[in-house]
Ligand binder design. Structure first.
Ligand SMILES: [Zn+2]
Length: 199
């Protein structure tokens, strides 16, 4: 096993997706190779860091707190020097920070308003603040619901994502793609970033 193939397999290993034979091959390589052992250690550290991120949502005053702090931010001498040396890198960092801040702010401003993203909305019903796919109906393409529950008796030919709500599937429900519920703020941010990269 080469170092490259070992490092590709480490992710599967950590997910518990390798069979016994592959695990043995991997462990044998790890026992002899410091570089791959270090790589595994780094991955484990990252996973630990992600798991230890706070699970609470930001408090309601979050938006006003951020806005209140904005005028106080000033570009110091150090930053000016850095900008002269690495203009592209600084521009990219600023862009990412502003994009993230914008996503978080818009999320909070949207408040608890129910929002549905689908290219095939005709098959959908809204009942008591929840989105409903009735039995016998087929929704073509992905279905995204924000700030509300989704109840499916019919069929969705795509992925289903519910942000800040629950997915309720009946025995007749059929979903062709993945079903995902997103509750934590950090997951919302990651989801937004993902859709930014692969819209
Ligand atoms: Zn190696």
């Amino acid at each position: 096993m080469s170092c490259k193939s070992v490092q590709l397999k480490l992710h599967q290993y950590l997910d518990g997706d390798l069979d016994l034979n592959e695990q043995l091959q991997l462990k044998e390589h790890l026992s002899q190779c410091t570089a791959c052992r270090d790589h595994l250690l780094e991955l484990e550290k990252t996973i630990h860091l992600v798991r230890s991120l706070p699970r609470e949502e930001a408090p309601f005053s979050f938006t006003s707190d951020v806005l209140a702090r904005l005028p106080k931010i000033h570009v110091g001498r150090v930053w000016l020097n850095r900008m002269k040396r690495r203009p592209l890198r600084v521009a990219v960092s600023f862009f990412l920070i502003l994009t993230m801040a914008g996503m978080i702010l818009s999320w909070f401003e949207e408040g608890s308003k129910l929002r549905v993203l689908s290219s095939d909305k005709n098959q959908l019903r809204i009942e008591n603040g929840a989105v409903y796919v009735p039995a016998g109906e087929v929704v073509e393409g992905d279905l995204v619901v924000e700030h509300g529950d989704l109840k499916v008796d019919g069929q969705v030919k795509g992925n289903v994502v519910v942000i800040d709500g629950k997915v309720l599937l009946s025995s007749t429900a059929r979903i062709s793609g993945n079903t995902e519920e997103i509750h934590r703020l950090i997951d919302v941010i990651l989801y937004r970033l993902r859709t930014l990269v692969h819209p």
